[in-house]
Design a binder for this molecule. Structure first.
Ligand code: TLP
Length: 341
């Protein structure tokens, strides 16, 4: 099967498995796992932040970040398709006691002009804003990338209101590959950032949260509270180190593949690709084609290609390191077969 459901489906490379087998480990709850310590140092260095924390999932990273920056009864401003709002089982409410103030933005990219009027102060009817969250790249808006100046403007505006900015950078390395800049340049203005080792970077497990040393020390305790004290998890961090050091360089290839899939979809009658494809995610509306999203997905599954419908009319395809150029060509032929009359 060619699996375009997500970049989470990648299998660890031979080098990752080798590193996992030979990793130096210790008890990370005592802070004694040398491989995790090395990964946290490297991630902090690459991101240009004081410290980083190794976590089992991106959801845990976002959950901890929201808890670090907010108090119960506050609002978190985010985009209406944000992962924290739609796909994290209301963890911002469950763990941090916050509600989302969602704003719909073109291509999922919030602007300061949209955010500022939504900032609320505590009043007889209003819960105050506690945090601004931006997702880069924008998963369900089609893998779009925040321009650097837009991030800077949001952070400057937020800081002038004494508000912090958290970036859900699950795919921030894809953003850097698309912009041709470093991840550190992208995240410099924001207060904290989460990124996933287990998506485009190909590690089997793991995400990182980065911010100040003090926040990461507090975050370590929140991670334990959430059941994320992982003991000899250096076997996982070993794969994460390879993901971090070796995999960003190949992400541009995934972006080329996504563009090719998008071009094929756009050429089919009644199909509209949502946003110009900049990274590894393609979202297409097939509502005016001859198939529903579910029927299109099922007919492609029968041709050996997997992807998910994300609404009655929309589908998402995600490219990653386990999808080759030949797989893309096979997928394009199948798209044409399924959608042309
Ligand atoms: N996204 C997954 C699904 O949960 C939808 C996917 O297949 O894309 N932030 C963003 C922007 C994400 O896309 C994801 C995962 C997460 C956070 C959460 O990461 P995990 O799955 O490690 O908790």
């Amino acid at each position: 099967m060619i699996d375009l459901r997500s970049d989470t489906v990648t299998k660890p490379t031979a080098a990752m498995r080798q590193a996992m087998a030979t990793a130096d480990v210790g008890d990370d709850v005592y802070g004694e796992d040398p491989t995790i310590n090395q990964l946290e140092l490297r991630a902090a260095r690459i991101l240009g932040k004081e410290a980083a924390l190794f976590l089992p999932t991106g959801t845990m990273g976002n959950t901890i970040a929201i808890k670090l920056h907010t108090e119960h009864g506050q609002e978190v401003i985010c985009e209406s398709r944000a992962h924290i709002l739609n796909y994290e089982l209301s963890m911002m409410a469950w763990f941090a006691g916050c509600v989302a103030r969602a704003i719909h933005a073109e291509r999922g990219l919030l602007t300061w002009r949209q955010i500022e009027p939504e900032i609320r102060k505590l009043g007889p009817h209003c819960a105050p804003t506690g945090l601004i969250e931006i997702e880069n790249t924008t998963n369900m808006a089609g893998g779009c990338v925040y321009p650097l100046a837009q991030i800077r403007e949001i952070a400057e505006g937020a800081h002038a209101h004494n508000l912090k900015v958290h970036m859900d950078g699950a795919r921030v390395f894809n953003a850097a590959a698309a912009l041709g800049c470093t991840v550190a340049e992208i995240v410099a203005p924001v207060d904290s950032v989460m990124f996933c080792l287990s998506k485009g970077l190909g590690a089997p497990v793991g995400s990182m949260l980065a911010g100040t040393r003090n926040e990461m020390d507090r975050g370590r305790l929140l991670r334990k509270r959430l059941g994320g004290g992982m003991r000899q998890a250096g076997v996982l961090a070993a794969a994460g180190l390879i993901a971090l050091e070796q995999m960003p360089a190949r992400l541009a290839e995934d972006h080329q593949h996504a563009k090719a899939l998008a071009a094929a979809l756009s050429g089919c009658p009644g199909v509209k690709v949502e946003s110009p494809v900049e990274t590894n995610i393609v979202i297409a509306d097939v509502g005016k084609s001859k198939l529903t999203a579910a029927a299109f997905s099922e007919s492609m599954r029968q041709r050996g290609i997997l992807f998910n419908p994300i609404s009655p009319t929309k589908i998402r395809m995600v490219t990653h390191m386990d999808v080759s150029a030949a797989d893309v060509n096979t997928s394009i032929a199948a798209i044409n077969e399924a959608l042309h009359a």
